[in-house]
Design a protein around this ligand. Structure first.
Ligand code: FAD
Length: 192
C-alpha cells in the first residue's frame, strides 16, 4: 500500500503521541500536561503504522485495495453463525446473500461480539470497577483554522466526569466527550 495514496484517501495525519491535558495538578493547583506515545508501534515493512484516520474513508479504501490483490469483499449483515460438530464456526448467515461457508473468521463486530459472545458463548468480562466510563458523545467539527498546521498528536483533556478528545485529520477535527454516567447526566455532559 502506498503511504502517500493512503494518506490522501483517508484524510490521515501522523500520530506520534497523545497529549494529556489537565489529568494532573501541580501543588499550586495549575493544570499539568504531558505527552505519552501510548504504545510503541510495531514496524511493518519499515513503517510505523501510527496514524489518525477517518475510519469511514479507511474502510472504503481497504475495500478498493483488497480488490487489487484478488480479495472479493462481501458487504452484508451477519445474522447468524453456524458451528460444526467440533464447535468451530463453519458458516455465516448473511442477510442478503444467505449462507456463506467459512474456514477462518475474525470477529470485527465490536460490542455486538456476534461470533465470540453470541456464537461461541464467551462471557463478557466487565472492567467497570476500574474503568467507569460508559458513555461517549462524538462530535466531528470543522477546523478552526483550515490552513493551520496539523499537530502529530491527539489531545485528551481531563474533565469532571471523564475526558474530551481532539483528533486532527486533514478534513476535520474528531472531538467528543467520554464520561461516566454514574458521575454526570447525559444533559450535563452535552452542555459540557
Ligand atoms: C468515542 C470513542 C472514541 C475513540 N477514539 C479512539 C481513538 O482516537 N483512537 C483509537 O485508536 N481508538 C479509539 N476508540 C476506540 C476504537 O474506536 C475501538 O477500539 C475500535 O473501533 C474497535 O474496533 P472494532 O472493529 O472492534 O469495533 P467497531 O469499530 O465497533 O466496529 C464494529 C463494526 O461491526 C459492524 N457490525 C455490527 N453488527 C454487524 C452485523 N450483524 N453484521 C455486519 N457488521 C456488523 C458495525 O456496523 C461496525 O462497523 C474510540 C472509541 C470510542 C467509543
Amino acid at each position: 500500500m502506498d503511504e502517500k495514496d493512503f494518506i490522501r484517501h483517508c484524510g490521515a495525519t501522523f500520530k506520534a503521541a497523545v497529549k494529556f491535558i489537565d489529568w494532573d495538578r501541580a501543588p499550586d493547583g495549575t493544570a499539568g500536561s504531558y505527552y505519552h506515545p501510548f504504545s510503541f508501534p510495531p514496524y511493518l515493512n519499515g513503517y510505523a503504522p501510527a496514524y489518525h484516520v477517518n475510519t469511514r474513508l479507511f474502510a472504503g479504501y481497504l475495500g478498493e485495495y483488497c480488490k487489487t490483490v484478488g480479495v472479493t469483499p462481501v458487504l452484508d449483515v451477519v445474522v447468524d453463525a453456524e458451528r460444526d460438530k467440533q464447535g468451530h464456526v463453519s458458516s455465516l448467515t448473511l442477510e442478503r446473500s444467505g449462507d456463506h461457508p467459512v474456514e477462518f473468521v475474525i470477529d470485527c463486530s465490536g460490542f455486538r461480539s456476534l461470533i465470540l459472545q453470541q456464537a461461541l458463548e464467551e462471557p463478557f468480562v466487565s472492567s467497570q470497577e476500574s474503568l467507569p466510563y460508559d458513555r461517549a458523545i462524538p462530535m466531528p467539527v470543522d477546523h478552526v483554522d483550515p490552513d493551520g498546521p496539523l499537530p502529530p498528536f491527539a489531545t485528551s483533556t481531563g474533565l469532571s466526569a471523564g475526558w474530551s478528545w481532539n483528533v486532527q485529520l486533514w478534513s476535520r477535527r474528531g472531538t467528543g466527550y467520554v464520561y461516566s454516567s454514574a458521575h454526570t447526566s447525559d444533559d450535563e455532559a452535552m452542555a459540557a
